[in-house]
Write a protein that binds this ligand. Structure first.
Ligand SMILES: Cc1ncc(COP(=O)(O)O)c(C=O)c1O
Length: 409
C-alpha cells in the first residue's frame, strides 16, 4: 500500500477540507476588528490613524545606540533561555526600587514581548477546561490566549460610574470560585484606562491566596498613570516567595520600544526555573542586541527621563483631547486614570464598526472599534492619544467635522 500523504485527511478528520483542520480553538478565534478597520485604510494619506496602541515617536536615541553597538560588536548569537544575567539583575533592581520590594534575579525571566510573556504564563498554568476569570473589556489577546489552550474564560465587566470606569469588586470576588485556576488583571487597562485601587487589588490577592488561585497581573502600562504617581498600584511589595503570583511586563509602552519585542515575567523562583523550558520551545531566547537596548533603558538615567517625558506627553494629550470631547454633549468620555487610550461613545451610534468606518470615510479619522475588546465594548471607540498636540488637534477637528456633517443630515 502506498504511504499516506500528509495532505490526506486522517481518519478522524472525516471529509473535512484542509482549511478546517486546525484545532477547534483556533478556528473559533476571531480576526482582529481593529485590523479590519485599519487594513481598509492602510497607506491612505488622507487618514489620520489613532487605532494602534503605540507612541508615534521612536525609541530614545541612547537605547537605539546600545542596540546598534551590540549588533556592531557581532552579538548575534543565542543567549540563555531566561535572558542575560545582567538584564535579569537590572530588572530585579528596577522593580525592587520602583515598588519598594525585594526581588532577586531568580524571580525574573526576560521574554520576547509582553504578549509572549502572557502566552508563556498561560502555557505554564492552563489546561483544557480550566476556569480563568478576566476583568473586561480588555485587549483581545488577553482573553484569546487562554481560549487557545482550551481554558474557559469568565468575563467580569467594568462599568462607568460617575464618569469613570469602575470595578464591581464583589462581583469579581464572587466570580473567583475555589475551582478557578487563575485571574488575569490588566491595570491600567487597555482600552478603558481603568486602574485598580490598592485596596481592591489587595482584596483580590487575599481572596486568591485563600483559595489557591493564581493571580496574573498584566502590568505593561504600570508606568503610565496620570495622578502624579510613578506607577500604578502593584502587588509586588506584598508578594511572598511562594505566592501564586505572576506579573507580566514589557519595554514596549513605557520606553516606546514596541518594535523591539522585549518584556519580562516576575514569578516565584521555581516557576521561573520551569519557565526556561517553555521559553526554549517558544522563542528559545531573546536576541542579545535587543537585551542590550533593554539594559540601557533600565541602567542609564536617561531611561527614567524617557518614561517621565512620555507620561507628560500623554497627560498633555489627554487634557487636549478631553477638552475637545467636552464641547460635544453627545460624546460620553469617561476619564482614563492610566494607559494611553480614550474609550468613548457617541449618542445615536450603536454600531461601533459602522461608526469607525463612517469616521474613516467621512472625516479620515482612524479609531479602533470598541467591540474589538469584547461585547462590553460594543458601541464604543478607542482613541490612542500617544501623540503630539498638533496631531491630537487635527484629530479633534476631524471629529468636529464628522459630527457637524452627521448632525446636519
Ligand atoms: C494590555 C496589554 N498587554 C500586553 C500588551 C503587549 O505588548 P507587547 O507585546 O508589545 O509587549 C499590550 C499591547 O498592546 C497590551 O495592550
Amino acid at each position: 500500500m502506498a504511504p499516506a500523504s500528509s495532505l490526506q485527511p486522517r481518519a478522524e478528520d472525516g471529509d473535512r477540507p484542509l482549511s478546517t483542520l486546525p484545532r477547534e480553538q483556533i478556528l473559533s478565534l476571531g480576526a482582529s476588528r481593529i485590523r479590519e478597520i485599519a487594513n481598509a485604510a492602510m497607506g491612505r494619506s488622507d487618514v489620520l490613524p489613532f487605532w494602534f496602541g503605540e507612541s508615534d515617536v521612536p525609541t530614545a536615541e541612547f537605547i537605539r545606540q546600545a542596540g546598534a553597538e551590540s549588533l556592531a560588536a557581532g552579538e548575534t548569537f543565542y543567549t540563555h533561555n531566561l535572558g542575560l544575567p545582567e538584564l535579569r539583575e537590572a530588572i530585579a533592581a528596577y522593580c525592587s526600587r520602583l515598588h519598594n520590594a525585594d526581588l532577586t534575579p531568580e524571580r525574573i525571566a526576560v521574554v520576547s514581548s509582553g504578549i509572549s510573556g502572557l502566552m508563556l504564563t498561560a502555557q505554564m498554568l492552563l489546561s483544557p477546561g480550566d476556569r480563568v476569570v478576566i476583568v473586561t473589556p480588555v485587549w483581545p489577546n488577553v482573553t484569546e490566549l487562554p481560549r487557545i489552550l482550551g481554558a474557559e474564560v469568565i468575563r467580569v465587566p467594568l462599568a462607568v460610574r460617575g464618569g469613570r470606569w469602575t470595578l464591581d469588586l464583589d462581583r469579581l470576588l464572587n466570580a473567583l470560585t475555589p475551582d478557578t485556576r487563575a485571574v488575569i488583571l490588566n491595570s491600567p487597562n487597555n482600552p478603558t484606562g481603568w486602574t485598580i485601587d490598592a485596596a481592591s487589588q489587595q482584596a483580590v490577592f487575599a481572596h486568591c491566596r485563600r483559595h489557591g488561585i493564581w493571580v496574573v497581573t498584566d502590568d505593561v502600562y504600570e508606568r503610565l498613570v496620570f495622578d502624579g504617581s510613578a506607577h500604578a498600584p502593584s502587588l509586588l511589595p506584598l508578594v511572598e516567595p511562594d505566592d501564586r503570583f505572576v506579573s507580566v511586563n514589557s519595554f514596549s509602552k513605557a520606553w516606546s520600544m514596541t518594535g523591539w519585542r522585549a518584556g519580562w515575567i516576575e514569578a516565584p523562583a521555581p516557576f521561573i526555573a520551569e519557565l526556561g523550558k517553555v521559553i526554549e520551545y517558544n522563542t528559545s531566547c531573546a536576541p542579545k542586541f535587543v537585551q542590550a537596548g533593554a539594559i540601557a533603558a533600565l541602567r542609564d538615567n536617561r531611561g527614567e527621563a524617557a518614561v517621565g517625558a512620555l507620561r507628560e506627553r500623554l497627560m498633555a494629550a489627554r487634557r487636549l483631547l478631553f477638552e475637545g470631547f467636552s464641547r460635544h454633549p453627545e460624546i460620553e468620555a469617561p476619564v482614563p486614570a492610566g494607559a494611553m487610550y480614550a474609550f468613548i461613545r457617541i449618542a445615536g451610534f450603536e454600531d461601533d464598526m459602522a461608526l469607525a468606518r463612517a469616521l474613516l470615510e467621512t472625516a479620515g479619522l482612524g479609531l479602533a472599534p470598541g467591540s474589538a475588546f469584547g461585547p462590553e465594548g460594543k458601541g464604543w471607540l478607542r482613541w490612542c492619544f500617544a501623540a503630539g498636540p498638533d496631531k491630537i488637534a487635527d484629530g479633534l477637528a476631524r471629529l468636529d467635522r464628522f459630527l457637524t456633517i452627521r448632525g446636519g443630515l
